[in-house]
Ligand binder design. Structure first.
Ligand SMILES: Cc1cc2nc3c(=O)[nH]c(=O)nc-3n(C[C@H](O)[C@H](O)[C@H](O)COP(=O)(O)OP(=O)(O)OC[C@H]3O[C@@H](n4cnc5c(N)ncnc54)[C@H](O)[C@@H]3O)c2cc1C
Ligand SMILES: NC(=O)c1ccc[n+]([C@@H]2O[C@H](COP(=O)([O-])OP(=O)(O)OC[C@H]3O[C@@H](n4cnc5c(N)ncnc54)[C@H](O)[C@@H]3O)[C@@H](O)[C@H]2O)c1
Ligand code: SF4
Ligand code: FES
Length: 809
């Protein structure tokens, strides 16, 4: 070794310590570096332990710097070696085994320890924290033998641990002290939405519960709470927070508060001794996330190498829960008080929630649930203490229709090169641009492989995409290939083709075989896969109810007060006095709040309590109107030739016939039809997915109409002479849309994407193809069942969903 080099000793071989060393190596060759780590591993990505637990990563996958890296950089590494103290007099670092290593500078990066509740029984076998590989291995082992687990603490760590244990097949209850989960990051509303989703994913909760004792002999057998109730558990994970690991500093006489006290350059009270990471306390704050640690590490590296640097002034932290299918984000202030101006939007249908808090017009915090696409943008705006303007409001809250892309590009341009974009992996904007330009990268996945950005929690993906777009300009759109969601790069056609060629049978199998990067998928891909599989295998596929949206699971539409609506079929918009009487009787008996005539010509019973739904269905004894489904909703009709003096065709009978024929199967999106007796078009065929108009002694068929937000007039597809031909063309259109439509794509978008002429060639002109499509739709229709009576006849599902209801039988 070169004797002119200064001796730098790093205590702690974790994320903060080694990322600081990486920065130092970039800036200078002046140090001879020795690293001590008490764990027997090279530096690994601690945050990915959650993924190791849930099975989507192996321990090998999460190593950040392998053994060779230390050797290649001339670093002496002592793993499995715990430092006891720093001897300032002799300027040596002393290990517990008595090894003494001289230093010129020391960095203490000893991280944190899990906080273990000081209650009786917490030292029993089967009680652990979740901090390192050893803990993770213990959980993986325990899941092979034990069934019932409790996780104490409903914070980020506890929830990720609970999800991992559920994935391993354990029966898991999260025991939480407070009313809301993640109360340090989320407000009440977001916490509630989170809890519902996690319950859906199989985690149980015991809220507002204070554990006072862990029961059992040598091994834990349960928890006792302050109210004296007991929960059985053979395995307990404590995730109630962390304690900065200040032992070395304390033993060395360095000033310690909650953490090791440091100034804005990470200097401790002892000369030549620095501290970085979770073990330190800066301006009274101890951090527990990686982004601040990287920011500290950059300042420290420059300072120690004698490079000019701005001081570290603290971090605005943000969090993202790493559980697939749960998109939740929080940054800055999140509980509103009288001093705040609050901007909120909530969509129960899409299960999204967005809240932005302003103080004196300045953005100070945000909470997102369900859709976190704006997370990176919000984080930056809040960090920069941006003043809210009308223009910004429109961009963030969705009413801005144009200019968003340009604004984002401008904000990327304004971002300094050294700004960290990926907090989990310490990747800056500059290094991403460097990688894209020098290596010709064109996708986020390539950037991930090259720089590590997006590799961990994925929260930085939107900004990485924006940087890619900024660098590639016009080349971006052609270069970027979008998957159906963030879990995959495959688009719809590729997925359906793979399902068919590889014979994939379940959503899980699709995700596994096609290499989903989120093993559980997300709220976007799960329902889509469920649809594609059902479409490909109409007879054998077992519908995954849990992959459907809540309304489809309940066979009813949930309202904002938590009650439901019931819409029975009225084929072609025609009813009878007997049915009307039944509807009136049931409405009175079950205290229905409002009976509303819908735009689709039927009656909507609004305000039915969840537990009454099966009784209402049973007593109505009418088929479901599918008002909640991605399926055929209504066929609206005019009175037509039966009564109207202008009518040339019997639109009422044809409408009812078509509705009976094509109901109950899944479509990519909701589907509406209309039939008119003449071109006067009283049933408004021009705004329907299929609109039919009696004309010239036959029928004219229109497709792709929409009367919703993106209104579109239907296009004339063809004219047919006979009723049989009409039914066959309708069947072929429906099946072709089912087979080629993207999930949630309405026909108005489908027609524009696929092209009217092409659809015409397939479903009208090519007779053979038309027949084949009709046969396939007929086959699917044969498998369909009426959902309300199915539920009434299935005691177990009914009891599960409606908490047991006695039926008349
Ligand atoms: C399961 C899990 C998931 C997480 N997920 C996220 C996330 O998604 N996002 C996020 O931002 N943060 C997350 N975190 C937190 C993040 O991992 C920490 O903020 C980060 O690892 C802290 O880095 P550090 O270097 O300060 O401490 P550590 O990574 O803990 O490193 C400290 C190292 O020092 C060693 N050490 C301690 N004492 C001594 C001694 N006396 N002698 C020698 N060596 C010693 C320890 O063994 C350890 O290896 C997660 C944490 C866990 C446990
Ligand atoms: N995705 C992520 O960003 C991520 C994931 C895992 C861990 N982490 C970090 O790791 C650290 C540890 O996480 P954590 O969740 O343990 O810490 P935390 O402090 O964020 O949460 C602890 C939770 O435990 C609850 N709690 C406290 N005492 C309790 C008791 N007696 N009974 C029941 N509940 C109790 C608290 O109310 C709190 O919600 C944190 O710094 C966290 O930020 C982050
Ligand atoms: S569309 Fe024609 S047939 Fe139907 S009600 Fe109107 S005028 Fe009569
Ligand atoms: S910020 Fe977590 S992966 Fe980039």
């Amino acid at each position: 070794m070169n004797n002119n080099k200064q001796k730098l000793v790093v205590i702690g071989n974790g994320m903060a310590g080694i990322s600081t060393v990486e920065q130092i190596l970039k800036l200078s060759t002046q140090f001879e570096i020795t690293v001590f780590g008490s764990e027997p591993h090279p530096n690994y990505n601690r945050i990915m332990l959650s993924y190791v637990l849930e099975g989507s990563k192996t321990l090998d996958d999460i190593v950040l710097n392998d053994w060779h890296w230390y050797a290649d950089h001339g670093i002496t590494l002592h793993t499995g070696t715990k430092v006891a103290k720093i001897d300032q007099m002799s300027k040596e670092v002393v290990t517990e085994q008595g090894m003494r290593v001289p230093y010129d500078k020391v960095i203490i990066a000893t991280g944190s320890n899990s906080f273990i509740l000081p209650i009786p029984g917490s030292d029993k076998q089967g009680v652990i924290g979740f901090r390192d590989i050893a803990d993770c291995n213990q959980m993986l082992e325990a899941a092979k033998t034990y069934k019932k687990a409790a996780v104490i603490g409903g914070g980020l760590l506890g929830l990720e641990a609970a999800k991992g244990l559920v994935q391993l097949g354990m029966d898991v209850t999260v025991v939480h002290l407070m009313e809301d989960l993640m109360e340090r990051q989320l407000d009440h509303q977001a916490a509630l939405m989170l809890r519902h989703e996690l319950e859906r994913q199989g985690i149980k909760f015991k809220m507002e519960a204070q554990t006072v004792e862990l029961l059992g002999d040598e091994r834990v057998s349960g928890l006792r709470f302050a109210d004296d109730t007991v929960l059985e558990a053979e395995f307990v994970v404590m995730a109630v927070g962390i304690k900065p690991n200040v032992e070395v500093a304390k033993n060395s006489g360095i000033e310690v508060n909650r953490g090791i006290v440091v100034n804005d350059y990470m200097q401790t009270s002892m000369e030549d001794v620095y501290s970085v990471g979770e073990c330190n306390e800066h301006r009274g704050v101890c951090y527990g996330l990686v982004a601040p640690l990287f920011e500290q590490g950059m300042v420290l590296a420059k300072h120690i190498c004698g490079v000019d640097t701005a001081p570290y002034e603290g971090s605005v932290v943000s969090t993202k829960l790493k559980i697939s299918g749960v998109d939740v984000f929080s940054t800055g202030e999140f509980i509103d008080g009288p001093e705040h101006t609050v901007i909120v939007s909530k969509d129960d249908w899409k299960r999204t929630y967005k809240k932005i808090l302003l103080k004196d017009g300045v953005m100070v915090g945000a909470v997102l649930y369900g859709d976190i696409n704006d997370s990176a943008e919000l984080q930056k705006l809040i960090k920069q203490q941006t003043v809210m303007t009308d223009e910004l409001y429109d961009t963030l809250m969705g009413s801005g229709c144009c200019g968003g892309g340009a604004k984002k590009t401008a904000s990327i341009e304004a971002m300094p090169d050294e700004e960290i974009v990926c907090g989990c992996n310490g990747v800056t904007k500059g290094s991403i641009i460097e990688a894209v330009t020098s290596q010709g990268l064109t996708t986020v996945d390539e950037i991930k492989a090259c720089t590590g950005a997006t590799r961990s929690c994925g929260g930085c993906k939107p900004v990485v995409e924006q940087i890619l777009q900024y660098v590639l300009g016009d080349g971006f759109e052609t270069a970027a290939k979008e998957g159906i969601c963030g879990c995959t790069t495959l688009d719809r056609d590729e997925i359906v083709a793979e399902i068919r060629t590889k014979g994939l049978q379940t959503t899980k199998e699709v995700m596994n075989v096609l290499g989903w990067n989120e093993p559980e998928g997300c709220s976007k891909c799960r329902p889509a896969l469920n649809y594609y599989l059902g479409m490909v295998y109409p007879d054998t596929y077992e519908d995954e109810k849990e992959s459907r949206f809540v309304n489809e699971r309940m066979n009813a539409n949930i309202q904002k007060d938590g009650t439901y609506t019931v819409v029975p079929r009225m084929y072609g918009g025609v009813t009878t006095p007997e049915d009307l009487k039944k509807i009136a009787d049931v409405s009175l008996k079950y205290d229905v709040k409002v009976v509303k005539v819908t735009g689709g010509q039927r009656l909507d019973l609004i305000g039915v309590k969840k537990e009454d739904l099966p009784k209402v269905w049973e007593e109505l004894d009418m088929p479901s109107g599918y008002a909640y489904a991605k399926s055929l909703r209504t066929v609206k009709t005019c009175v037509g030739s039966q009564f109207c003096r202008f009518g040339t065709q019997d639109s009422m009978s044809m409408g009812a016939l078509l509705e009976r024929k094509f109901e109950r199967i899944d479509y990519p999106a909701k589907f509406k039809m209309a039939v008119n007796g003449c071109p006067r078009n009283c049933a408004e065929a021009c705004t329907k997915d299929i609109g039919i108009v009696g004309n010239d002694g036959g029928w004219e068929i229109f497709i792709g109409g929409n009367g919703g937000i993106k209104a579109r007039l239907a296009d004339s597809l063809c004219k047919v002479k006979t009723d049989e031909e009409l039914i066959e063309v309708c069947g072929a259109i429906i099946q072709y849309y089912r087979e080629t439509g993207n999930y949630l794509e309405r026909t108005s978008e489908w027609v524009e994407r696929v092209g009217l002429e092409h659809i015409k060639a397939v479903v009208v002109d090519d007779l053979e193809n038309r027949r084949a499509l009709m046969e396939r739709v007929e086959f699917a229709l044969q498998q369909a069942e009426e959902p309300w009576s199915k539920m009434l006849n299935d005691d177990s599902s009914r009891n599960k969903m409606f908490d047991t209801v006695e039926l008349k039988g």
